[in-house]
Write a protein that binds this ligand. Sequence first.
Ligand SMILES: NC(=O)c1ccc[n+]([C@@H]2O[C@H](COP(=O)([O-])OP(=O)(O)OC[C@H]3O[C@@H](n4cnc5c(N)ncnc54)[C@H](O)[C@@H]3O)[C@@H](O)[C@H]2O)c1
Length: 338
Amino acid sequence: MTIRTAILGYGRSGSTMHAGAIEANAPFDMVAVCDIDPERQRQARERFGCAVYSDYRQMLEREDLDLVSVITRSDQHCEMACDCLRAGKNVLVTKPWAVDAAEGQRMIDAAQASGTRLFPWLPARWGSVFLRLKEIVDAGTVGEVFLIRRAVFSFATRCDWQTERRHGGGYLLNWGPHIVDPPVLLAGSPVVSAFAHVRQVINPGDGEDVFLALLTLADGTIVQAEYNIAVEPLPEWFIQGNRGTIIATGKNIRICRNTPVQPDDPTRYGDMTSKDAETIEERIDGAIYGDQNVVYAEVAAALEQGTPFAVCPEDALQLSRTFDAIRTSGETGDVVRL
Ligand SMILES: NC(=O)c1ccc[n+]([C@@H]2O[C@H](COP(=O)([O-])OP(=O)(O)OC[C@H]3O[C@@H](n4cnc5c(N)ncnc54)[C@H](O)[C@@H]3O)[C@@H](O)[C@H]2O)c1
């Protein structure tokens, strides 16, 4: 089967990550590209020899498409995706798929009404370090996990639409899919409440460039998810179980196992140190934020065989609800229940 595919939004991400994965995966055939920028249209025509459009509604009318990948600015995703779904096309939407949960629900409703498939893009779920951490945690290597800290730091500024709220900018939506979703998935329990600080510190515009959220999950696990500005970063993962700690920095994982002991003589501090300490170090290959070729191969399998895709629209909706709760908590200072 050939999957007749179009990219809507052939900018930085559309022309690299998505066009590259469509090119690399045999079932996909790039039939059309839509971008309002004539230079981007020229590049797409030269690369794929495909039809190019500046008006996506015209593209939907004229082209027989199995899949549209929506890779425009974040505030444009919902309306464009809904139009594509109503036109009977399956849709992949990049992250953040929506600016809030109401938009997410609209896309789900549009897909259900037209009987089409909706593929939210959460590539960090395929991240190499994340997948290895999940194996380690699921094997019970550090006992029962009760606290996961996930953080990403940088000391750079940007000055494009990603700094403007009216365009769906701000780092909660931009980085949150990579930072908030994986630890919640790792714990395997839904978020029930959020308490957060959300600040704009060094970027221009009006979008936040810092967030620090404390999430409580239904099983009691605490997730601390943070994007912050720092010259020297903390570890990107810090996972605490009742039998040890896992730390991940870049592609390096350190598992520190330890068994607390009951002291024979509680007055002797020496007896209170834990025993059977063991440290295991691993270096993980592969893409930390997920390999787009692998994700597209799974989209192809889902379209060809009608199988479920690893990211259900309901998962993405729950993530949008969590972002809404983080934002509201940041504005009010209250704990927000989902
Ligand atoms: N790791 C990832 O998954 C990842 C990485 C980068 C960006 N993204 C996401 O991809 C999206 C795009 O980001 P980007 O950095 O590529 O932005 P960008 O500004 O480089 O690209 C957006 C493109 O959309 C085009 N466009 C604008 N209005 C249009 C319209 N009405 N019709 C057709 N085209 C139109 C623009 O001309 C531009 O080429 C964002 O939502 C971003 O969050 C995801």
